[in-house]
Design a binder for this molecule. Structure first.
Ligand SMILES: Nc1ncnc2c1ncn2[C@@H]1O[C@H](COP(=O)(O)OP(=O)(O)O)[C@@H](O)[C@H]1O
Ligand SMILES: [Mg+2]
Length: 235
């Protein structure tokens, strides 16, 4: 497998082509952004930590019946993945209130939701990733009704699996964002699962172990990622 040209550089990762048209390399950077890139910075070694954490989570999900894009971890910062056509929606699940749910609906941070809230947002920075419902997703042609149903089914399973996965590490999964893509006619989990894309609170203390430390200038930002890495990899 040979690394070829850069295909796309995003806010947190770079995608490279390979000599196999079905595979790309996802390279994790240290760059951090928040509030649709209005806040920018870097977190030392974040790329290394997020690659390692994402690989572990994808391995776990894959072993539990969730189709993912992971092929294998190539290096500290590189993951070999199946090249998908990204469905341009962000899929969010919330178990407790935080972030935009609190801002938009005046809910107290940490409120336990009486059932998980499933959200779609339009993956489009120019429009500020607006919240949308299933009718928007289908009506705008972003995904078919069948794909929407499949994304919901997989996301609910991912939530149950990841809640258990993190709870075993004494971490509560507050919410997360995932992305799906199309690969040979199938919907599979793509992108990353890391403290950039999940809210993770230590059980008991409520200590934030995720990107909220960066968003809210809570300090010890790298330490939060390191703690998750340590627990996820058992090292
Ligand atoms: N398996 C994949 N195949 C193709 N594109 C992918 C895959 N996984 C993730 N992507 C896309 O690659 C980009 C990853 O870089 P990122 O820094 O997250 O970008 P962005 O700033 O657009 O969120 C994202 O646009 C994501 O949707
Ligand atoms: Mg992204």
């Amino acid at each position: 497998m040979e690394k070829r040209e850069k295909l796309y550089e995003g806010k947190a990762k770079i995608m490279y082509a390979t000599d196999d048209a079905d595979l790309v390399i996802q390279y994790f950077k240290d760059d951090a952004t928040a509030f649709n890139a209005k806040k920018k910075g870097t977190i030392d070694e974040k790329g290394i930590m997020n690659n390692a954490i994402s690989c572990k989570v994808f391995e776990f999900l894959g072993a539990n019946g969730i189709p993912t894009h992971l092929v294998k971890k190539l290096s500290d910062r590189e993951m070999l993945v199946k090249k998908v056509e990204i469905v341009p929606v962000e899929v969010i699940i919330r178990n407790r209130a935080a972030g935009s749910l609190c801002r938009n609906y005046g809910v107290q941070e940490g409120k336990i939701l009486s059932r998980p809230i499933f959200e779609f947002c339009y993956k489009n920075d120019a429009f500020n990733d607006p919240l949308m419902n299933e009718d928007h997703v289908v009506g705008l042609g972003l995904a078919t009704e069948k794909e929407v149903a499949r994304m919901r089914e997989l996301t609910m399973k991912v939530n149950e699996l990841m809640k258990k996965f993190f709870l075993a590490l004494n971490i509560e999964l507050i919410d997360f964002k995932i992305e799906f893509g199309r690969f040979k006619g199938e919907i599979i989990l793509a992108d990353e699962v890391s403290p950039d894309t999940c809210r993770l609170w230590e059980v008991g203390t409520g200590v934030r172990l995720d990107k909220d430390r960066f968003r809210q200038d809570l300090g010890n930002i790298k330490e939060g990622y390191q703690e998750v890495l340590k627990r996820v990899t058992g090292k």
